[in-house]
Design a protein around this ligand. Structure first.
Ligand SMILES: Cc1cc2nc3c(=O)[nH]c(=O)nc-3n(C[C@H](O)[C@H](O)[C@H](O)COP(=O)(O)OP(=O)(O)OC[C@H]3O[C@@H](n4cnc5c(N)ncnc54)[C@H](O)[C@@H]3O)c2cc1C
Length: 626
């Protein structure tokens, strides 16, 4: 592992994920000397090690291959804890008082009466981009101005046209396969540009959905719009690209593609290191930024006084071995420019802790740090098709229905996009394992063994084949609007093993989003009907991620999409936002706070392509000032 040889750099970047690795690559190519401080283990372990972890782990969640071991769940005893899926900690949830019974088991803690934030992220070299799925859709024009157009959420200080050229660059950097003409037909303007690779083919399931649903309306409030199944642009090779292989359909994009046909951020990080100008220091947990406080009580009318002077970080030997904690070190490094790229929740945590440690407000004169936490709460629906569609192969998702992402209905309810999943009931029911076990033990956990039959031999094989090949699911990614009350704060009582306060969240789902869920449910019922499919969607109060809807008097469950946004939003005024349109702190000119946390609205599309486009713009027009 390289260590910090210098103590002053052109740029210090905190975090080596999607934002950090790619910004380092851009800056390194321009000859800037960059240090990346990365909290988690570096890339010294091979991908095969992580893959083996996944194969051997019975817990097949996105974080299964990566450290720390999610089932160990002791954030107070881990140097770099990170959230894990609510399902793993839901039995610690006491629905009556509405709080975590044992907060020690959940890295993210909650204020009482709040809903759990259902998404996770990684803390190791490459970050969450190790296990992202690869979906790379652009935002629509109107997604940048939801407040002006629809009276909900926040507007961006920039629009689609400001990001257009960077979208194109980001698609080339990632290596996105897709069909620009088809995308253009449903929204974003591609001009005369195209994706670097042709689209991957539609799966058998996509074709069946297209055959039965195309041209039909799905929601009552969008009757004038009809459904169109389109191939989803994705960072997944349809041709050899960047020395990576062509997708062979392992259905394992999340948590990692076994043949690296999917772009992942360890790949991005290697590109950065290969410039020869970028140093990665792993196992270096940044806890706070420093400022020269001697003159700061004047609240810094002069820019020099407000500059960040250093990054303070703690090093350790072993990610979750308290016994070795004696080896923990404390360091500070300085640079001309600082970039926080530790992801939305961690960026906010570092800024809030910086304020606490320095005793003066850091980047938070607007009081907006940590606020407007967003995700795409997902309405999952699943059923059995009338004929085999042979899921569990192909990329996890190849197509979606994007037709309903925008429209006047957004004045009344949140919009959604529909992702069509090729992995059977893996997400909603942990299949094929659940159904396979049901027919061995005579149980009906997965709902397909109503008579609690026990089967063996050919009968078992034929039944599983007959059921599993007809499974499908769709996920409605519901837009969540920026709400200042959904926020990240510092826990006053809970710390990680290094003594750093853990994030405390306040998170709720608004009536606007709930109305989006009601419409998703109605659309899903219609979709199943059109497909001649039997729906098995089931909602339960057994998990923490549920609410009771008084309007249609039923229970709703939600899943997390992993799209952690907001927390340091950009705006056009220092009074109401944390960063400007170049992700530069209003309060500290040499500090950039980069990532999905800067997004004032989330739209319905998976956010990382937009975030990367924003970061490329930040490097070019902000840090390099071209
Ligand atoms: C299951 C799943 C699937 C997803 N699929 C998609 C998809 O298909 N399409 C899409 O657009 N998005 C997807 N996402 C979201 C996507 O992964 C994120 O938007 C993206 O990775 C965010 O990039 P980032 O660089 O901001 O953060 P990250 O990639 O999380 O990187 C942050 C980095 O900062 C480091 N760090 C954290 N704290 C500190 C600290 N204190 N000191 C130093 N370093 C620190 C972390 O270790 C990490 O390396 C998915 C997410 C999940 C969970």
């Amino acid at each position: 592992m390289p260590t910090t040889e210098k103590t002053h750099y052109d740029v210090v970047i905190v975090g080596s994920g999607f934002a950090g690795a790619n910004m380092a690559y851009m800056l390194g190519q321009k000859g800037k000397k960059v240090l990346i401080l990365e909290a988690g283990p570096g890339i010294e372990r091979s991908r095969e090690d992580y893959l083996e972890n996944f194969y051997l782990n019975t817990f097949k969640a996105p974080e299964a291959p990566y450290p720390p071991d999610a089932t160990a769940l002791a954030p107070a005893k881990t140097n770099v804890p990170r959230p894990t899926i609510p399902e793993l900690v839901f039995n610690t949830w006491d629905a009556k008082p509405g709080r975590w019974r044992e907060p020690e088991q959940s890295y993210l803690s909650y204020q009482q009466s709040q809903l759990p934030f259902a998404s996770t992220y990684e803390r190791l070299a490459g970050g969450t981009g190790n296990h992202w799925m690869g979906t790379a859709l652009r935002m629509t024009d109107n997604d940048f101005k939801t407040l002006s157009d629809y009276g909900h959420g926040r507007d961006w200080p920039i629009g689609y046209d400001d990001l257009k050229k960077y979208y194109h660059q980001a698609e080339n950097l990632i290596g996105v396969s897709g069909d620009a003409a088809e995308q253009q037909s449903i929204g974003p303007d591609f001009g005369d540009t195209n994706f670097p690779m042709r689209a991957l083919p539609k799966s058998k399931l996509d074709q069946l959905v297209a055959e039965r649903v195309n041209g039909k309306s799905l929601a009552v409030d969008t009757e004038d719009t009809t459904a169109q199944v389109t191939v989803t642009p994705a960072g997944r090779n349809s041709e050899p690209y960047q020395n990576r292989r062509v997708c062979r359909g392992n259905t394992n994009c999340t948590p990692m593609c076994p043949i690296q046909a999917k772009y992942d951020t360890q790949f991005a990080l290697r590109l950065a290191l290969d410039t020869g100008n970028v140093t990665l220091q792993s196992k270096a947990v940044v806890d706070y930024l420093t400022v020269d406080t001697s003159d700061l009580n004047t609240t810094g009318s002069n820019d020099e006084k407000k500059k960040i002077t250093g990054v303070h970080y703690l090093t350790y030997d072993d990610i979750s071995a308290p016994a070795k904690s004696g080896k923990t070190g404390e360091n500070t490094v300085s640079a001309d420019t600082y970039v926080l790229a530790a992801h939305a929740i961690e960026n906010a945590k570092i800024l809030l802790y910086s304020t606490k440690k320095n005793g003066v407000n850091i980047a938070n004169s607007s009081d907006q740090v940590g606020r407007h936490l967003m995700d795409h709460p997902v309405y999952l629906a699943w059923g059995l098709t009338s004929e085999p569609v042979y899921g569990y192969r192909g990329p996890l998702s190849t197509s979606g229905i994007e037709s309903f992402r925008d429209g006047g209905f957004r004045k009344q309810r949140a919009a959604w996009r529909i992702e069509i999943g090729n992995e059977g009931w893996n997400w909603p029911a942990t299949d094929p394992y659940t159904t396979a076990q049901d027919y061995i033990y005579g149980t009906n956990t997965g709902q397909l063994n109503e008579n609690n039959t026990v089967l063996s031999n050919a009968e078992y094989r034929d039944t599983c084949n007959e059921k599993l090949t007809r499974q499908f699911r769709v996920g409605f990614l519901v837009e969540q609007e920026a709400d200042p009350e959904n926020r990240v704060m510092l826990s006053e009582t809970l710390v990680d093993h290094l003594g750093i306060p853990r994030p405390e969240l306040r998170y709720n789902i608004s009536d606007y989003v709930k109305a989006g869920f009601r419409s998703a449910k109605a659309a899903s019922q219609k979709l199943h009907k059109l497909m001649d499919a039997k729906e098995y969607t089931k909602a339960t109060t057994e998990v923490a991620t549920h609410w009771f809807d008084p309007v249609d008097k039923s229970v709703y469950n939600y899943a997390g999409a992993g799209h952690v946004c907001g927390t340091h939003i950009m705006g056009d005024k220092p009074e109401n936002s944390v960063v400007n349109d170049k992700q530069q702190s209003w309060d500290h000119p040499n500090l950039y706070i980069a990532g999905c946390g800067s997004m004032p609205s989330i739209g319905t599309q998976n956010p990382t392509l937009t975030m990367l486009a924003m970061c490329l713009r930040t490097v070019e027009e902000g840090i390099l000032g071209v």
